[in-house]
Design a protein. Structure first.
Length: 368
């Protein structure tokens, strides 16, 4: 195998494919990147759950394939001068030259590298990268890490008409984002669940302004943009019926400034830690919410102006769950809806269309 390509392009491809390489594996090839020079130069990283493949513009003079250690190859390419990289192999011995730098390293048999699954298109949708990136970042925080319900360790992609809804839930909170899709092929309505670990990589891949196509296969999902393809397995199981889980006929509704409420919670949370856990006690009055907490090292109190009358509702929250909802909510002003101190808090944009809905379950408060 022999090819040459620009160092910057090769370095970017190695960096992106390395993210899907297994950190430790009983199969040495899985700790490496598969390099294939057949008509075009392709790099692949695959850990049996998520695979990332990148195509690199190059000049191929001899076809072939082999596997190189992702860590070593990545470091070599990253630290080489900005010049053309000339890559050649004789058996498993690889020679890499760039400017005045030269390395000879040993590769492994490409036959030991697991084959990336092919995704037979059942349904697909296309939307701009920035849109999908924001949808993932604003829902991924609510994905469950509890393996007893594997389907909730991913996010539901629910497509109906020309609307995509992404939903994450972990038993304590729910995050929902809704956007129009640019293009759709297949059934009028379809849905699938993507593992949270794969979505974290998709978010990083969505670094440009181009479109990204999401393809649903029988057992796998493929995300494709430009020269990069990410393939991951679908999560099977019954996802929470989110439409019925969100209470909407709430009798108490108040509005707040997102940053102001987050700042108040942040201040009160200073005396809460992993060792010193305590819920936030929130009392929603007329035009003001009072937030207090008490731990072994002391107590803290803060107030934040709101619009509307909370009717003196007293409700407790895990500070992190409420803070996450405010941190990721893509709006400057929010509407908070309640029915009682033991029912979920629903968080929506105060103005404009409902492109997001967050729900946080309350914590039972002890008597003062």
């Amino acid at each position: 195998m022999k090819f040459s390509c620009e160092k910057a392009l090769l370095s970017a491809a190695v960096a992106v494919t390395s993210r899907a390489v297994a950190a430790k594996s009983s199969i040495p090839a899985m700790e490496g990147i598969l390099i294939e020079a057949r008509g075009q130069l392709r790099l692949t990283g695959y850990n049996l759950e998520t695979g990332i493949q990148a195509t690199v513009p190059s000049e191929i003079t001899e076809q072939g394939s082999l596997v190189l250690s992702a860590r070593l190859f990545g470091e070599i390419v990253r630290k080489m001068p900005d010049d053309m990289v000339v890559f050649s192999s004789n058996g498993y011995m690889v020679n890499i030259k760039c400017g005045l730098s030269e390395f000879n390293i040993l590769g492994t048999d490409p036959e030991e590298f697991p084959e990336l699954p092919t995704v037979d298109q059942v349904n697909s949708l296309t939307l701009p990268q920035p849109v999908l990136r924001s949808m993932i970042s604003q829902t991924l925080f609510a994905v469950s890490d509890n393996e007893s319900r594997p389907v909730h360790t991913g996010s539901l992609f629910d497509v109906a008409g020309d609307t995509l809804t992404v939903v994450s839930v972990d038993g304590y909170r729910l995050a929902l984002r809704r956007e129009q899709v640019a293009e759709k092929k297949g059934a009028e309505a379809f849905s699938f669940v993507v593992p949270g670990s794969a979505l974290g990589e998709v978010e990083k891949i969505c670094a440009g302004e181009d479109d990204i196509t999401v393809t649903q296969g029988a057992r796998h999902i493929m995300f494709q943009t430009g020269e990069i393809i990410l393939v991951c397995r679908r999560l099977e199981g019954e996802f929470l019926p989110y439409q019925n889980a969100i209470p909407r006929n709430n009798s108490i509704k108040v509005e707040c400034d997102t940053r102001a409420l987050a700042a108040s919670i942040d201040r009160v949370s200073l005396i809460i830690s992993e060792k010193l856990k305590s819920p936030l006690r929130c009392v929603f009055g007329d035009g003001l919410v009072s937030i207090t907490t008490k731990t072994a090292i002391g107590d803290a109190a803060d107030q934040c102006p709101i619009r509307g009358d909370g009717q003196g509702l007293e409700i407790g929250f895990n500070n992190k769950y409420l803070m996450d909802a405010l941190k990721y909510a893509p709006a400057d002003k929010l509407r908070l809806e309640f029915t009682s101190g033991v029912a979920p808090c629903v968080i929506l944009p105060a103005e404009g269309e409902e492109k997001f809905v967050y729900m946080v379950l309350p914590v039972r408060l002890k008597a003062n």
